[in-house]
Design a protein around this ligand. Structure first.
Ligand code: FPP
Length: 314
């Protein structure tokens, strides 16, 4: 397993002038103070893209790799700190024909070997999430190499989700929590049961296993949760991608197939995101206690409701 990428200070580059004229026009319509920090993409539709052109599925994947590079370069020009792409799921690994899996592995290796210079020119840092230790050795070597070659870059972090499944990630997090507790008990020379009992077992469990701890043991511990999830090719599914992390993310689905997705489409998705109102389970500004109490004080409403229930029960 790769070591989790350490968090770092992101440095803005101010390279928006390098956007294409089409991208610049969309970017100019965005509110720079409300850009997402983290965009995650479910890249879908490579096979359909190829099928529509009577081409082999492989060519769809190859064209999809081109989109990856265009999109991450646009992301770096608009100073997007985190871009995470679902490149190969655990399910892809288990359920796709061996020939397709082996093609995707070769494509990934070639992609990494041939794009590191462009990554460095654009100050992009490479990272990975997933059960990457199960990938072929030579693919892991190229992943490690690309990660090392780009480690000092301070712009966008491009994270590829490889052999990734969100449920397995949560399972891995739980295992790692338990492993850490066992190691601590071992270090103190007592059993896990005695260690927890000494703190009051229920209290100990509440303190040691909570949302922060689960998050801290996910592959994504070092990154902020995604603000925006984009899915291409029109399917309205999450497909076991970052289930924990996208609890409050906005979801943008486009019919465009991934091999046709480019920088302007990333910016359009961000524009749609900015038109949404994020509430994180709360209310908007127009729904704060002060505003609602001016409309009708809470005590008065409570009295009216209790009057109604009393009347109703007669
Ligand atoms: C879905 O297309 C996409 C994938 C299986 C993974 C994404 C892979 C790439 C974009 C190519 C390589 C990526 C890198 C980073 C080099 P699909 O085959 O499910 O399409 P379909 O639903 O139309 O059949």
């Amino acid at each position: 397993m790769f070591e989790p990428t350490p968090s770092r200070v992101y440095q803005r580059s101010g390279r928006a002038h390098e956007l294409s004229s089409e991208e610049r026009a969309i970017f100019a319509s965005l509110d720079p103070s409300r850009l997402p920090q983290h965009v995650a993409v479910i890249m879908d539709g490579n096979g359909r893209w190829a099928g529509k052109r009577a081409l082999k599925r492989f060519l769809g994947h190859q064209q999809g790799a081109e989109s990856v590079q265009f999109v991450v370069e646009t992301a770096s020009r608009i100073d997007l700190p985190w871009l995470t792409l679902y490149a190969f799921s655990l399910e892809n690994n288990l359920r796709r024909p061996k020939s397709e899996v082996s093609f995707l592995m070769k494509l990934l290796k070639n992609y990494l070997m041939s794009n590191v210079k462009r990554m460095n020119d654009n100050n992009i840092r490479m990272a990975y999430i997933g059960r990457t230790a199960e990938l072929p050795e030579e693919v892991q070597d190229s992943m490690r190499w690309a990660e090392e070659q780009t480690a000092k870059n301070t712009g966008t972090t491009l994270t590829l989700a490889l052999n990734y499944g969100s449920r397995s990630e949560i399972v891995d997090s739980a295992r790692s929590l338990l492993r850490n507790m066992l190691a601590e008990a071992d270090q103190r020379g007592i059993s896990l049961q005695d260690m927890l009992a000494a703190e009051g077992t229920e209290d100990a469990l509440r303190a040691r296993i909570d949302e922060d701890q689960i998050s801290a043991n996910l592959y994504t511990a070092h990154m902020p949760d995604p603000d925006l999830v984009i899915r291409t090719s029109g399917e309205q599914r999450i497909s076991n991608f970052l289930l924990w992390q996208i609890a409050y993310a906005e979801i943008f689905v486009t019919d465009r197939l991934w091999p046709d997705f480019r920088g302007p489409h990333l910016l359009e998705a961000i524009a749609a995101y900015q038109r949404r109102e994020r509430r994180f389970g709360g209310l908007t500004d127009s729904g704060t206690d002060e505003v609602l109490d001016v409309l009708e004080p809470a005590d008065q409403v409570a009295e009216e409701i209790s009057g109604l229930t009393t009347k109703g029960s007669r």
